[in-house]
Design a binder for this molecule. Structure first.
Ligand code: NI
Length: 265
């Protein structure tokens, strides 16, 4: 089972670094030749039946993951769940879905047109979690989505791929402090998401997170090619519960700010 999990995340990682070359470089920088344990990998989707959170999650449930937490992001109109593997060196997976029905008819129609291009059984694909952008979209529709929901626009352009990987600071050999990680990144010229402060959360909520701002990469729309924000890299430090085990949940107030790492700057 663990070999299947490792193979899946190898594929997801390769697809991710294709459009996020900074992550590959930072991975080398922080790991200094050692393996890095991923705290979690995050996905975005629409709540449309064909591609909703559950259709992504079934790929995880089939390889030993279980559902462990649910989150609501009112302003961004998102529902999210996180999944954990019995082997805690395997990344947690955080999947959010956009509540499409809460948007205007115009936005709903653009999203419905994307999902309608997909076969009914699209989520049965073995490579669904790294299948990328499976529909065609015009740059005008992308811009319309972007004006209302950065999340929807990003998803329309990039499709099914990791939105970010996350380094587990707890498992790094050379660091145990998120400030030290951030300082190393800034010294190398990487830009951090400073929305809400560079460090989101603290020991009180048992989770500290920071992230780079997304790289930029080319996307082919039906009418032209544009360079837009792609994916980012996150860094997480977890604190122990009273029983000594590390906290494994997520903090909605922090995640809300992390989502903004793909905003255009
Ligand atoms: Ni994250």
């Amino acid at each position: 089972m663990t070999a299947r999990v490792t193979a899946l995340f190898d594929n997801i990682w390769q697809q991710y670094i294709d459009v996020t070359p900074s992550a590959k470089n930072i991975h080398q920088l922080l790991g200094d030749g050692n393996d890095i344990i991923n705290d979690h990998v995050a996905y975005r989707t629409f709540n449309s039946a064909k591609v909703n959170l559950a259709t992504l999650a079934k790929h995880l449930l089939s390889i030993g993951y279980t559902e462990c937490g649910q989150y609501d992001f009112v302003a961004k109109k998102l529902t999210a769940k996180h999944f954990e593997h019995s082997d805690n060196t395997m990344p947690k997976v955080f999947i959010s879905e956009l509540r499409v029905e809460e948007f205007s008819i115009e936005i709903q129609e653009i999203i419905a047109n994307l999902v309608a291009q997909l076969p009914d059984d699209v989520s049965e694909r073995n490579d669904f979690l790294y299948s990328g952008q499976l529909w065609n979209i015009s740059s005008a529709d992308y811009q319309t989505l972007l004006a209302t929901s950065e999340y929807a626009a990003w998803l329309s352009a990039w499709g099914y791929r990791a939105n970010h990987f996350t380094v587990s600071i707890n498992h790094l050999k050379n660091y145990d402090d998120i400030i030290a990680v951030n300082n190393t990144l800034k010294a190398e010229g990487y830009l951090l998401n400073s929305n809400g402060g560079e460090v989101k959360g603290d020991s009180e909520v048992m989770l500290e997170q920071s992230s780079t701002l997304a790289d930029k990469a080319q996307v082919t729309f039906t009418d032209k090619t544009m360079e837009i924000p792609s994916c980012f890299y996150e860094f997480a430090k977890r604190y122990p519960l009273a029983n000594g085990e590390l906290y494994t949940g997520f903090v909605a107030a922090s995640a809300d700010k992390i989502f903004d790492s793909t905003n255009a700057v």
